[in-house]
Design a protein around this ligand. Structure first.
Ligand code: SF4
Length: 270
């Protein structure tokens, strides 16, 4: 699944004729797309904020050693998943030595100015709770991460985004296998927060998949849930006025965004 340059061009054309402020690029590993540096350069030329959702380990992979400098020179914000500040928990979730590589990548980014006080280079981390729990309060966990990562590894970062595990994809399979689906949905529904519902990310963002198809959010994209049928379906048919007031395609999984303090691509909503 590799987005073509033509599809990227269609995204850039939309940026050029609208005032959409941010291009948020995610994967897999978006840095592996051969046109990624071109996409970043073009979006920055349009003076748009660019976010790279980075898995960190790619920054140390052979053939990608130019990427950290390119990101820093372009002023790209990095949002990176680090499910815990303890090696054993990360390796258990993500695989052997992932924690050690992630820390090395964070130290490399810090050496380029990322996450440092006074620097314009933003480095944010993402936390997902293990299993079927809701995330703990974001501000307190951010302080734990900050003190632990600083003391143990000398790592600095700007912010921590806590995200609720959405009942889709692999996590949904896990819940089903463990007979926990109903219980998890009751937890999400019981924690419904109208204030969080008012700020769900689909109200201000649009997802473009690798083929150029539009979705209300990343989660709908994973579920292959497209926009409502009467709306433009591909980025090449983008119509700002119609899409800005669109009716969003929702489902049971949306309770993941509205539980507790809410959950979005920038952490809690409230
Ligand atoms: S999962 Fe539902 S509520 Fe959350 S962003 Fe997507 S469409 Fe909106």
């Amino acid at each position: 699944e590799v987005m073509s340059r033509e599809t990227m061009r269609a995204c850039l054309d939309v940026l050029e004729r609208t005032e959409i402020p941010t291009l948020d690029v995610t994967g897999g590993a978006p840095e592996m797309n051969p046109n990624f540096p071109w996409l970043v350069a073009e979006a920055r030329r349009l003076d748009r904020h660019v976010i790279d959702r980075c898995n960190l380990t790619i920054l140390l992979a052979p053939g990608f050693d130019h990427v950290p400098d390119m990101l820093a020179e372009s002023g790209v914000e990095i949002v990176a998943s680090l499910p815990c500040y303890l090696a054993e928990n990360v390796d258990l979730q993500r695989g052997d030595r992932v924690f050690e590589k992630s820390i090395r990548a964070l130290q490399l980014l810090n050496s380029l100015g990322y996450g440092q006080p006074q620097s314009r280079l933003r480095l944010n981390l993402v936390y997902n709770p293990p299993g079927s729990k809701l995330p703990p309060p974001q501000a307190a966990l951010e302080e734990d991460y900050r003190s632990q990562l600083r003391r143990r590894y000398g790592v600095e970062f700007n912010g921590l985004f806590t995200m609720t595990n959405m009942p889709i994809g692999r996590f949904l399979e896990e819940l089903a296998r463990g007979g926990q689906y109903d219980e998890y949905m009751q937890t999400l529904i019981g924690a419904f927060n109208p204030a969080a519902a008012a700020g769900v990310m689909c109200r201000t963002t649009l997802s473009v998949d690798w083929t150029g198809r539009l979705h209300d959010c990343d989660f709908n994209q994973i579920l292959e849930l497209g926009l409502a049928e009467d709306l433009p379906q591909k980025i090449g048919h983008f119509d700002h006025a119609r899409l800005a007031r669109r009716r969003i395609s929702t489902g049971q999984h949306c309770y993941g965004c509205t539980a507790g303090a809410g959950s979005s691509c920038r952490g809690t909503i409230e």
